[in-house]
Write a protein that binds this ligand. Structure first.
Ligand code: GDD
Ligand code: MN
Length: 399
């Protein structure tokens, strides 16, 4: 059979037979692209957009630049606002993601949506010091280093008006990061840096894209140790709006570190799903104890109530933690819960079926039980991934 690949007519020249050959498009100098792209992830940052663009216009005057706001369908209409600005200035661009959340993955998609050879990542709320951008670009162009980072922890830098709790949390998180990034990096938590495109290309397929620590992800995913330079800056107060980081961000951070450490062996979502499942077992026993022992209802009733409570708990926790980046809201949440019940009921039958079969073939009871549970967990994980947190349904999911 002749396919497009094997048909010689589809090969304009013999060179293309080599997998290393990549045809380069002709570059038209008259309409050149930007040299620098600033990527700003946004969620409800409408009040900051105009000011950020004004400041970029001032500090990057004379340079060839663009800014891409990667917005996760903010209810405040950030994306539409950016597009309105873009009508008057082609350097202002918007990538709007629907049914998705996540600072890191937004930054990666923004970087991939640009052709610029130099890429900067920066918050949209003006807490970072945009005045550093020209200097960062000069350093990269001089070829001195792979990545230039705005740091709050080198001489001249500072964390501004953070309360002691946030400062302590950041310090602890930085200490944990040492498991995956070089110790000399003073501010691996920084969300403000610039890199060359080839540095990104070298590791982009290995990025986890989990949570909000994209710099750490880049360092931990790079095949070679990245050379870096840190420039001090003062972390300023937010210009407008509110911070998006909540306590659950700590969970995301743990998952990112875990993914970097064991992700090549087992999917980190499966680990999260199993942790939630184990908590569900505790919830089951607490409910059963309450209904059966304390309220004195029949065992079967206790077991039925406990099963429903535990399944609901598992669904809610998985939606909040395991599938945080694609969490369901409103009617989507209710539909998700029903599909979760359906999948887990089948999983429970499979679990009991396999366990009783194995027990019947004289397998040790504990081994039979564990095998049944494992089968149930894998089934529930695989099927809810498709039917409950359905990736293809993301665009139509209600908020
Ligand atoms: N697209 C998208 N999706 N953007 C998001 C999301 C999301 O789910 N969550 C937050 N952002 C955007 C915000 O709109 C803002 O522009 C930027 O990411 C930073 O979020 P903040 O909510 O302002 O976080 P912060 O100020 O607490 O933390 C920042 O400072 C840290 C320094 O400790 C972040 O930049 C961290 O990465 C940085 O480490
Ligand atoms: Mn902020």
């Amino acid at each position: 059979m002749i396919t497009a690949d094997s048909d010689p007519q589809h090969r304009p020249d013999a060179q293309s037979a080599s997998p290393a050959f990549r045809e380069q498009p002709a570059i038209h100098e008259t309409a050149g692209g930007s040299e620098l792209c600033v990527i700003a992830p946004t969620f409800n940052e409408r009040g900051n957009i105009q000011e950020l663009v004004n400041r970029l216009r001032r500090c990057l005057a004379g340079l060839s630049w663009e800014v891409i706001f990667v917005d996760d369908d903010s209810p405040d209409g950030t994306a539409e606002y950016v597009r309105q600005l873009g009508l008057g200035d082609h350097r202002v661009r918007c990538v709007q993601r629907i049914g998705r959340r996540g600072l890191s993955s937004a930054c990666v998609e923004g970087m991939l949506a640009s052709s610029a050879p130099y890429l900067a990542v920066m918050d949209a709320d003006l807490q970072h010091d945009e005045m550093l951008l020209p200097k960062m670009l000069d350093i990269l162009k001089a070829g001195e280093t792979d990545i230039v980072i705005g740091s709050r922890y080198v001489d001249g830098g500072g964390i501004g008006e953070w309360d002691t709790t946030r400062a302590t949390v950041s310090r602890i998180a930085t200490r944990f990061s040492r498991a995956v990034v070089p110790a000399e990096l003073t501010d691996p938590m920084s969300g403000f840096f610039m890199l060359r495109r080839d540095t990104l290309v070298n590791c982009v397929h290995k990025l986890s894209g989990i949570g909000f620590k994209i710099l750490l992800d880049l360092f931990a995913s790079s095949p070679q140790t990245l050379s870096f330079k840190e420039l001090p800056y003062q972390f300023k107060n937010r210009y407008s709006g509110e911070s998006k980081l909540d306590t659950v961000a700590a969970w995301d951070y743990g998952m990112l570190l875990l993914d970097k450490l064991v992700g090549h062996i087992v999917p980190v979502r499966f680990v999260a799903f199993s942790i939630v499942g184990s908590l569900g077992v505790i919830v089951h026993f607490l409910t059963l104890g309450l209904v059966f022992k304390i309220l004195g209802r029949p065992f079967i009733e206790g077991q039925a109530v406990a099963t429903i409570v535990a399944m609901t708990f598992n669904f809610a926790m998985n939606n909040l933690l395991t599938y945080r980046d694609m969490r369901l809201h409103g009617w989507g949440w209710v539909r998700g819960l029903l599909s979760f019940y359906a999948v887990c009921s089948v999983g429970a039958f499979a679990n009991v079926g396999v366990a009783s079969y194995l027990y019947g073939t004289h397998t040790q009871w504990a081994v039979a039980a564990v095998a049944g549970i494992m089968l149930g967990v894998v089934w529930n994980y695989a099927m809810t991934q498709v039917y409950t947190w359905n990736k293809t349904g993301a665009a139509t999911r209600s908020r």
